[in-house]
Design a binder for this molecule. Structure first.
Ligand code: SF4
Length: 345
């Protein structure tokens, strides 16, 4: 993996304007993503992970505002880093497909129902300056094959003739049409059955390894994250509370929230581990708590937690967390072998 990040998110802050005040949805988020790497961003609904993804490609709704920070991209035609937050509209349009593709949660409805897939492929490519229809068709057919679709049949189909899993894979192929260096997937498999989810994960892994793009995988599904990711970023109340290599984070978590998320995942073996959901709800982000935002829900909390915010600091090699009492957490497993369904304590 290259030592030069393809994307460097630095002190990113995003706010929504609400009637009661500013909702601080993303707070001082920083991390790098390297070429060929998959970073999974995990956390409950409302933790800020989708807002973060939308901010990276500047597709935030009108009520949201980037209140500070940088998103530096280096790759494609850019030999020096560019700040995505400073691109003008035409630079941004090019960036979004050529350099960074995003497949959204609602992707199943993202295809135009009255246009054949072929027309949507050609239109997408044309909108980004690619006018060789034959070449585009060949690339699309090759990508459809890569995502395990019947290329010719799918290319000539209307979206309603395809199943949800097939449409999701069409969108993935569309995202890769212009060979982006970064792909952002926001809950890409949520609406799909388990077998289709498996297929998509396998396809993603293979394409990432063959094509070398970096993947930012936004998910609340820890087993998917464990299978796909090299590193895990845990977000809570708009902040990064833990970041590290996948095995490190899942076997030796250094933040009680990550531990709580893992304890809420069923174990395939159906073993003795009991499922424990995280009690309580996230804090009000209009007026975030003074100390640790997780304190009201945390079984490790001490008085200091309610007073002093814990800084995000390195706790082990390539493993940082924001917790005053990170060293009190159990080691879940000594093995360094990653296994998605064996991460439960
Ligand atoms: Fe829990 Fe305190 Fe750590 Fe926050 S700082 S996660 S409240 S132990």
């Amino acid at each position: 993996m290259s030592h030069q990040p393809v994307l460097s998110i630095q002190n990113l802050n995003v706010e929504y304007t609400a009637r009661r005040g500013k909702v601080k949805a993303v707070r001082d988020v920083s991390f790098d993503v390297f070429p060929g790497e998959t970073v999974a961003v995990i956390g409950e609904s409302g933790c800020g992970k989708t807002t973060l993804a939308l901010a990276l490609v500047r597709l935030l709704p009108r009520s949201a505002k980037i209140a500070g920070g940088k998103v530096l991209f280096q790759g494609g035609n850019y030999s020096t880093p560019i700040d995505v937050l400073r691109l003008n509209q035409s630079q941004l349009r090019a960036f979004r497909w050529r350099n960074c593709a995003m497949v959204f949660q609602s992707a199943l409805n993202a295809l135009n129902p009255v246009l054949k897939v072929s027309a949507q492929v050609q239109e997408t490519a044309r909108a980004h300056g690619e006018h060789d229809a034959k070449q585009i068709e060949e690339r699309a057919l090759w990508l459809f094959q890569q995502v395990r679709l019947d290329p010719r049949r799918v290319y000539n189909a209307y979206p309603h003739e395809l199943s949800g899993g097939m449409r999701q894979r069409v969108l993935l192929a569309l995202g890769l049409l212009l060979d982006p260096q970064v792909v952002i997937l926001d809950e890409p498999t949520t609406a799909l059955d388990v077998l289709t989810q498996r297929t998509i994960i396998e396809v993603l892994k293979r394409l990432r390894d063959e094509m070398g793009f970096a993947l930012i995988f936004i998910s609340h599904d820890l087993s998917m994250a464990a299978e796909l990711a090299h590193r895990i970023v845990t977000m809570y109340a708009g902040k990064v509370v833990e970041i590290g290599q996948v095995n490190e984070v899942f076997y030796r978590p250094k933040h009680p929230y990550t531990l709580g998320l893992m304890r809420a995942v069923p174990n395939l073996s159906g073993g003795r581990a009991e499922l424990v959901s995280i009690q309580g709800s996230p804090p009000d982000l209009i007026d975030p708590p003074r100390g640790c935002p997780f304190a009201p829900r945390c079984s490790y909390a001490q008085p200091i937690c309610h007073e002093q915010p814990p800084p995000l600091e390195m706790r082990a090699t390539d493993h940082a967390s924001a917790c005053h009492f990170w060293d009190r957490l159990p080691v879940l497993r000594e093995s360094s072998e990653a296994s998605s369904r064996e991460v439960n304590p």
